[in-house]
Design a protein around this ligand. Structure first.
Ligand SMILES: C[S@@+](CC[C@H](N)C(=O)[O-])C[C@H]1O[C@@H](n2cnc3c(N)ncnc32)[C@H](O)[C@@H]1O
Length: 342
């Protein structure tokens, strides 16, 4: 459970003069809008709404994007940076370097810019970030927060007002986080089809509906010739696309006192459930399998639920007698690759 950069401190500093009661009232309005069946419309339509979003949702969406990027670009992940002189186990081909070490980020529907904070924490190769959003108030607040962020990508990000539908600038990496739920189906597919990036990360809430939107985006990305690198071990049909099941993960994040106040909660942490897909132009190999439920620990036995190739979900019991495999299973978490490398 790591805070993302100094985000919580920046939120505290920038939201310092907003009363807790006001944040709670606005956050309750946001929750009701997001939980409703209708498309939410222009939610971040005032400085106060943007502040409530930042206090109430931004730490969690940032943590989810960070987890998705870590699963893709982390040291042993499919696009993990290889030593300059080695082909490495993952990406190969002419675009491999740009895919492994993206220099430009486009955050589509980026709001207050959580994905920029997340990407800065995972991808030191990034040099420029552009946040596109229709909400002036979200962009203005994002800029204010970023001014208190870590030097480099966050502080130098560009904040641009844009209504999705127009042509998008090209980038090495594009993030589309928690945006698709706000668009009608045809606009969702059009947006994902339109993004011009070598690698595209789509993150949605970890609900059945969020997973369905991720699968829709996955289909569009595969149709455009990109390869899925996380979380799926293959590009084939999702075995969790069945009634009553859905693929999702959890990112644990600390809550600051202000965050607790906006949430009306007392716990010092929360688990953000999210669904995601990352696809790339690089000829990268995804992990052979991924743990898709909390591992279940019993005496001398770890039960893992693994999504693997060929498409399927299997239950693996790893017993103490299996020595290193048992120790690896005991240390593994929901969302980790399985089996571990080596
Ligand atoms: C739930 S927020 C997510 C913000 C950010 N990506 C994050 O993960 O915290 C959805 C964002 O999408 C933006 N958005 C929704 N529809 C849009 C559209 N048609 N054009 C531009 N921005 C849009 C909203 O203004 C809002 O900032």
């Amino acid at each position: 459970m790591e805070p993302t950069g100094d985000l919580l401190a920046a939120l505290d500093a920038v939201l310092g003069d907003t009363s807790g009661a006001e944040l709670q009232r606005l956050a309750a309005r946001l929750t009701a809008t997001y939980r409703g069946d209708a498309l939410p419309g222009d939610v971040l339509d005032s400085p106060a709404a943007a502040r409530a979003y930042a206090a109430y949702r931004m730490p969690a969406t940032t943590a989810a994007v960070r987890a998705a990027l870590h699963a893709t670009f982390g040291p042993t992940a499919p696009l993990g940076a290889a030593p300059a002189d080695a082909a490495g186990p993952g990406a190969v081909g002419p675009d491999a370097a740009r895919c492994r070490e993206p220099r430009t980020l486009l955050d589509v529907g980026g709001g207050t810019g959580g994905a920029v904070w997340a990407a800065a924490a995972v991808l030191p190769s990034l040099r420029t970030a552009t946040v596109l959003d229709r909400s002036r108030d979200a962009l203005a607040l994002g800029r204010q927060l970023a001014a208190r962020g870590p030097a480099g990508l966050v502080r130098t990000a560009t904040w641009t007002r844009a209504v999705l539908g127009a042509e998008l600038p090209a980038a090495d990496l594009a993030t589309i986080a928690y945006v698709l739920a706000e668009l009608p189906a045809d606009a969702r597919r059009a947006l994902v089809g339109q993004v011009r990036a070598d690698t595209v990360a789509v993150v949605e809430p970890g609900t059945p509906a969020g997973h369905r939107r991720v699968l829709e985006a996955r289909e569009v990305l595969i149709g455009r010739g990109l390869r899925v690198v996380a979380p799926c071990p293959h590009d084939l049909a999702c075995p969790m696309d069945v009634p009553g099941d859905w693929c999702h993960f959890a990112a644990r994040l600390p809550r600051s006192p202000r965050h607790r106040q906006a949430k009306g909660g007392t716990l010092g942490w929360e688990d953000e459930k999210f669904s995601y897909v990352v696809a790339t132009r690089a000829a990268a190999e995804p992990e052979p399998g991924r743990i898709v439920r909390h591992p279940y620990l019993r005496k001398g036995l770890v039960e893992l639920t693994v999504c693997a190739r060929p498409p399927g979900i299997s239950r693996e019991n790893v017993s103490k007698r299996q020595g290193p495999a048992y120790r690896a299973a005991r240390d593994a978490g929901w969302g980790d690759p399985w089996p571990p490398e080596g």
